[in-house]
Structure formats: structure tokens, C-alpha cells
Design a protein around this ligand. Structure first.
Ligand code: BGC
Length: 746
């Protein structure tokens, strides 16, 4: 019997079972649930446990191969899902085993870390967030989903939405920075982009929000370290971002490696069941992070793997990623009644429902379409978008004397630095199926731009991260022969991402020495930074004429950055994570508390105030900061009333004038401060932004609408309510500058 007739049979069985039920299911979800139930009735315990087990293929970058034993596991019905396997042929070969050689013919899910593009690689997520362009972010995920599904995938381990305030942590590159409100908007946009309008579409895949929860707050920024925070911080800052993904309909959730208040997420019943399932009404499935059930033993909350398995499934985990704990221990746990078969059935049901949502039971090969694979990978329109997105993500940090854009009179340009011509460093961590050879480096982008009309010189000057200064002299002589120097500095791709925490976040190796020597030539120099985290670069900031933060821009990085350097695109990005002056200021973020001894800004080092002896409190570059080749003036802030009822709309307007010499986009930001709260409130909280184009010389009136309910917060008793009282409302170009007005809520 082929799989189609088997599915038809299963359909008939479920039809009779459903028609026998008193309450015939009305909506699609419940019909999927009923179908899943009817399959579960046919399953052995071992087959059920198979659905709860996810294994990696033995994928390698040179081509997909798989360890024999995983093929056997699929064949034996012991693996319900596979990750790190893609390309139509490969996926098809594995799916065939599941569908044609197992007793119940249940199709596999195929997961992969599609984090910032699949084949066409976009800027790292932190860079994308600096565009503040929700449409572009959603579109990038749509493209990523289109490419990934064209290569057989139906599940991505994204979006990663972990709020992070510590740039020592390497995984800040994967998130949207330090702000809860902006992070929540971005989380929802990413889920919509991946899942599309309907999961049944062959170019939609299941999204998986991760890492639940608070993985972005490890102590000291050290990867996998303990997380310990107040309940208030957890609820107010960290949890809402995951909730935004759940509210946007995310199909799956991944647990985090860390503990929260002593309980690892993977065995945290409060987190996974009480909060996520019961309070937030999440109805998808929960997968662990890579062998995080096994790690419960190292955490010291389980004596052995069997106990780890029972803790995690009883806490609410549905699927074991790579740990084999469910495979090896669940059957015995059921026998010894430490885990009920009911619990297992519920987990299986959630996973089968996900497979129904994708339409895999109707067509298990729906993502195995050779034609799509040929036509939808790295399409020209995807590359054009990637180029534009790389440019949009750039943040101009400094531009004295209008050093940028590069003057069209420059006859010779030198492109110097260890990152000037390194293809693999354009990809960044988690670059899925992206290939270094497809990446455009900065040097190549500049050459593409000038098309031979300008003499281009290039040299490395030094390596990214060693002590060798022997090439600096030669780089200086190259700089001397140029009219303009572009200096490409920063981190290599493996210096951010997973397991890449740093205690020193300044420029690695001897790059600062190189910069000093090149800048000392007196040539106009623009530094282009490539990095996966905020860096501490106070000296570079004081000596470099211009600094452009390009993050790690992906496949089209070089072309996108060249568009900005030559002024074809006016930079408009703004930071979503604070740049500290030095690591000693960390954690440093804009929405901090006032304290009982705030500084007087006129006397930043005054004794017995909340400050340091050796550095100001202010960051090097604040949240929301970024320059343009034009300038904007802010004036005439107005609100519709000064007193609001508790269910009112606050309408604020402000005039933005382009006072410079070219058209430009500005990200206008609105912040609120609750002056007297039931508990202490932050000095500022982002509550809205508008990204607008203002033509040279023109003025645009920007309007914000905020409902007073958005001013609610967790009170002392943890009730989420709105206060009466006075508020300040700021509108400005970043979190440190702007206009202010006041209003009251009655
Ligand atoms: C990471 C996850 C990732 C998983 C599978 C883990 O090490 O923490 O983010 O999805 O591996 O690749």
C-alpha cells in the first residue's frame, strides 16, 4: 500500500471516530486534533516516543550525508523529525524512508537554523534590527522561508528573540537588541515572515521562537551561564518578546539552556505549562535546545538521564532535540508510572497537529520540488533586496567634516584592513546554507561601484586577532598613495554567535594600532566596522574622521556598504543596543532606573552620586542613535490634551525638518517616563517610532497615537495596571536627545 492509500485509510478512521463524537469539531485546529487522536490510537508506545525525538543528520558543509544509525532510527519509527538536512534529494530520500518504510507512514519534520537567510544571507539579525524596518524584516524572513522550503525544509529554529543588555554575550548578534517594545514588534514580524499567510502554502514553514526564556541574560555575559533576575524584570523586560511571537501565532517554542531562579527552563513547569500553555494559551509544540534535557544532570536537578527525562516531559516539553533521553528512557518511565501515557499522548498530538498544519499528511513531499529548488534559490530579486537591506542596516556613528559620502573627485581609494576582502566573514554566525563564495566583500563592492573609473588599492594591514604588526608599515604607504582611505575593521564571523562570549569587546588584535597609523597620515579615512555586537571603541571614535557600523551584512554586504559610502543610499539605521565606553559600564542600557542618587549632568563625577570615578555614566553611543548625510531638526511637539482618561488615546505630533543638503530617512522615536509610580519606573521607555522620508528643505509632521493602556506596568503586587499621575513624553532622534512635553492620566 502506498502512503496515499494509507493516509486515506487514516482519514476514514478519523472520519468515523469524529462522527461518533458528541461535539463534532468546528474549526480546523480541532479537526487536526481529532485526526491526530485517531492516529495516536493506532500507535505503539515506542512509535509515540519516536514522534517526540528529533535527531541531527550528519550534515557537513561539503554535502549532506547522514549517519547510518539515524537512517535506521527513521526506519524504525524512532525519529519523528530531523534537523540539519536540506536539498530536495536529501530530504526526499529521508522522507521516503519515513513515509514508505515505517508502519504508520508518518512524515518527518525537517528543521534547520535559518536565522538570517537560507542561501541568500541577509545582515545578522542585530544589524537588521538597526533598520527599524519591520516590513523589510518580515520580507527577509519570507525570502528565507521561500528558499528554505524550496530545499525541503519545513521548520526553522527561529526567530531568536532573547532580549540582551550585555554585549559580551556573543549571541546578541542573533537578536533585536535591548528593547522590549521594539523587540516585540520585530519578533512578530519575523514569525509572520516565516509562516506566511497560511502554513499550508508550500513556501511557508513552522517558526520556533527561542530560547524560552531569558537566555539573553547570562551572568557576566558568559555563554550558558546562570540567569538570575527579579520576577519584575522577567515579566517586564524579558518575557513580553516571546509573548509577542506567541501572539503572532508561532508554531513552536524552544526551551533555553539556562536556569531561571534555580530552575532550568527545560524542567520548568511554571514556565512551560503554567505560563506558556495556560496563561499565554500557546497551542503549538515545545522542543528542547540541543541536548538540554541531558544537561539537567549537570545543572544538578536530576540524578540521571531518566530523571531528567521525567522532569522535562512532566514540565511540558514535547520534543527532545538530539539528547536521545526520551528515546532511551520514556518507555520505562511510563512503565514505572513516573510519566503518564496521557502526557505522552498530548505531546505526540501537538507534534502531529503541526504536521497536519503543514499539510504533510496530504503530501509529505510538498517541499521536495526540484523545479522550485532550481528557480527559487538566490533569485536576482532576493539578491537586490539583500543589497538594499545590507545598506539599510548600516548605522553612521561619526562623520566629521562630511568625510562621507566619498567625494566623487577621489582618483585613488585605498581599502585597507583585515575585513576588507574576507568573504566568509561577510556571512556571520548561523549562516544556514549560505556560501562564502557567493558573498561580495567590501573591496569587491567598491570595485563594482566605481567600475574602473577610480584606482583601487588594497592591503590587509594586519589580521583580525593576533599580535602581528609587521604589515602596518606597508599599509601606511598604501594609504599615503590614496586620496581616500576605507578602513575595514572589526570581528571575524566566529567572534560572535553561540559560544563566543568576550570579556574585552574592543577591537581585537592590533587593529587599533593599524587605525592609529593610517589615521595619522592625515588622509580622509572612513572606518567601516564589521561586528556581531556593540564594541567599545572610544579611542577610535575620537580619532577616526568617520565610522560606519555595517554589522555583518551577508551575501550582498560589499555592494550594500558601497551604496552607502558613495552616497547612493543615505544611511538611516539607528542602534538597537547601547555601545559602552568600556566593559566596566556593562550592563548599560537606555531604560535604566533613576536611582535615589542620580547624577547632576553638569557634574557627572560628583561624589556620593550613582556614578564611577573613572568614566561617565553615559555610553559612547546611546540606544536609538545614528547619523545621516543630512541633518534633521525637531520642533513644535504637541499633544492633543494635557489630561487623559484611563481609556484615552494620546495623539502627539512633532515637526521634523530636513535642514541638510540631501533627502534622507529619519527614525523618529517616542519615549515615555512615568514620573511617580507604584514601583520605580525607567527614566525612558520606547513606546513608538516612525521611519519617514524627509526631502531636502521640507518639513514633515509626524503623528503618534498611543493608547493610555500602553502605560500600564507591573505594580508591587504584580498586577498589570495603569497609574493615575504625571508623565513625560519625549520625541527625539535617539534615546538621549529630543523634545519633551508633559501630560497627566486622571
Ligand atoms: C542552539 C540553538 C540551535 C540548536 C540547533 C543550539 O546549540 O542554542 O539555537 O537552534 O543548537 O542547531
Amino acid at each position: 500500500m502506498n502512503h496515499k492509500s494509507i493516509y486515506f485509510m487514516l482519514f476514514l478512521i478519523s472520519f468515523f471516530l469524529i462522527s461518533g463524537c458528541k461535539n463534532e469539531p468546528k474549526n480546523i485546529l480541532s479537526s487536526y486534533e481529532s485526526k491526530a487522536d485517531s492516529i495516536i490510537r493506532l500507535m505503539t508506545l515506542e512509535e509515540k516516543i519516536g514522534q517526540l525525538s528529533l535527531f541531527t543528520s550528519d550534515w557537513s558543509s561539503t554535502g549532506p550525508t547522514m549517519r547510518k544509525d539515524y537512517i535506521d532510527l527513521i526506519r524504525q519509527g524512532k525519529a519523528g523529525s530531523i534537523f540539519n538536512a536540506y536539498t530536495v534529494d536529501y530530504v526526499m530520500s529521508l522522507q521516503k524512508i519515513a513515509v514508505e518504510e515505517t508502519r504508520l507512514h508518518i512524515p518527518l519534520l525537517f528543521g534547520y537554523d535559518v536565522i538570517h537567510g537560507h542561501r541568500t544571507i541577509f545582515p545578522i539579525p542585530l544589524g537588521q534590527s538597526a533598520s527599524w524596518d519591520l516590513e523589510a524584516i518580515e520580507k527577509s524572513e519570507r525570502i528565507a522561508a521561500t528558499e528554505a522550503t524550496a530545499e525541503g525544509l519545513n521548520w526553522t529554529f527561529a526567530p531568536m528573540v532573547d532580549l540582551a543588555r550585555d554585549p559580551r554575550w556573543g549571541r546578541v548578534m542573533e537578536g533585536a537588541g535591548e528593547d522590549t517594545w521594539l523587540g516585540s514588534q520585530i519578533a512578530a514580524a519575523r514569525v509572520k515572515g516565516f509562516q506566511g499567510s497560511d502554513l499550508l502554502n508550500s513556501n511557508s514553514l513552522l517558526a520556533c521562537v527561542k530560547h524560552f526564556a531569558a537566555y539573553g541574560a547570562p551572568q557576566g555575559g558568559r555563554e550558558y551561564h546562570t540567569v538570575d533576575m527579579s520576577e519584575r524584570s522577567l515579566y517586564e523586560w524579558y518575557l513580553p518578546v516571546y509573548k509577542a511571537a506567541v501572539d503572532a501565532g508561532v508554531a513552536s517554542v524552544m526551551t533555553s539552556f539556562n536556569e531561571i531562579a534555580g530552575v532550568p527552563s527545560t524542567s520548568n513547569k511554571w514556565l512551560l505549562t503554567d505560563l506558556l500553555r495556560n496563561d499565554w494559551k500557546f497551542n503549538g509544540f515545545i522542543v528542547t535546545d540541543y541536548s538540554s534535557i541531558n544537561e539537567l544532570v549537570q545543572h544538578g536537578v536530576a540524578a540521571d538521564l531518566s530523571e531528567a527525562g521525567s522532569l522535562s516531559i512532566n514540565a511540558g516539553v514535547d520534543m527532545d532535540m538530539q539528547g536521545s533521553v526520551f528515546m532511551n528512557h520514556l518507555a520505562d518511565l511510563v512503565k514505572s508510572q513516573k510519566v503518564s501515557e496521557e502526557t505522552i499522548n498530548s505531546a505526540v498530538k501537538r507534534i502531529l497537529v503541526a504536521k497536519y498544519k503543514l499539510g504533510l499528511f496530504d503530501d509529505p513531499y510538498k517541499y521536495c520540488n526540484k523545479k522550485r529548488e532550481e528557480e527559487e534559490i538566490m533569485r536576482q530579486d532576493f539578491l537586490d533586496f539583500a543589497r538594499d537591506f545590507a545598506a539599510k542596516s548600516c548605522v553612521l556613528l561619526k562623520n566629521s567634516n562630511k568625510t562621507l559620502p566619498i567625494n566623487s573627485g577621489s582618483k585613488t581609494i585605498a581599502v585597507i584592513g583585515p575585513l576588507a576582502d574576507s568573504k566568509s566573514d561577510m556571512l556571520g554566525f548561523w549562516s544556514a546554507a549560505g556560501k562564502a563564495e557567493n558573498c561580495v566583500t567590501l573591496l569587491e563592492g567598491i570595485k563594482n561601484k566605481v567600475k574602473g573609473s577610480v584606482n583601487i588599492l588594497s592591503t590587509k594591514g594586519c589580521n583580525v586577532n593576533d599580535n602581528n604588526t609587521s604589515e602596518i608599515k606597508q599599509a601606511v604607504s598604501v594609504a599615503r598613495n590614496a586620496d581616500f582611505v576605507i578602513l575595514a575593521l572589526g570581528e571575524s564571523r566566529d567572534m560572535s554567535g553561540e559560544a563566543a562570549s568576550r570579556t574585552d569587546i574592543s577591537l581585537p588584535g592590533v587593529q587599533l594600532e593599524l587605525a592609529r597609523a593610517i589615521i595619522a597620515t592625515g588622509k580622509p579615512v572612513a572606518v567601516v566596522l564589521f561586528n556581531g555586537r556593540p564594541l567599545s571603541i572610544p579611542e577610535l571614535d575620537s580619532i577616526a574622521p568617520a565610522i560606519l557600523e555595517s554589522w555583518i551584512g551577508g551575501t550582498e554586504a560589499g555592494n550594500g556598504i558601497a551604496d552607502v559610502l558613495f552616497g547612493d543610499i543615505n544611511p538611516s539605521g539607528k542602534l538597537t543596543m547601547t555601545f559602552p565606553r568600556n566593559v566596566g559600564q556593562i550592563p548599560i542600557f537606555y531604560n535604566s532606573k533613576n536611582t535615589g542618587r542620580p547624577i547632576n549632568p553638569e557634574k557627572p563625577f560628583e561624589k556620593y552620586k550613582s556614578n564611577y570615578l573613572d568614566a561617565p555614566n553615559s555610553p559612547l553611543y546611546p540606544f536609538g542613535y545614528g547619523l545621516s548625510y543630512t541633518t534633521f531638526s525637531y520642533s513644535d511637539i504637541k499633544i492633543n490634551k494635557t489630561e487623559f482618561q484611563k481609556d484615552d488615546q494620546i495623539i502627539a505630533t512633532v515637526e521634523i525638518k530636513n535642514t541638510g543638503e540631501r533627502d534622507g530617512e529619519e527614525i523618529v522615536q517616542l519615549y515615555i517616563r512615568d514620573l511617580v509610580g507604584n514601583v520605580t519606573r525607567p527614566v525612558k521607555e520606547l513606546k513608538g517610532f516612525k521611519k519617514i522620508l524627509v526631502k531636502k528643505g521640507e518639513t514633515v509632521i509626524v503623528t503618534f497615537n498611543i493608547s493610555t493602556s500602553e502605560l500600564s506596568y507591573y505594580h508591587e503586587d504584580m498586577s498589570f495596571t495603569l497609574d493615575s499621575g504625571d508623565f513625560e513624553l519625549f520625541v527625539g532622534p535617539n534615546s538621549s536627545e529630543g523634545l519633551v512635553t508633559r501630560f497627566s492620566v486622571l
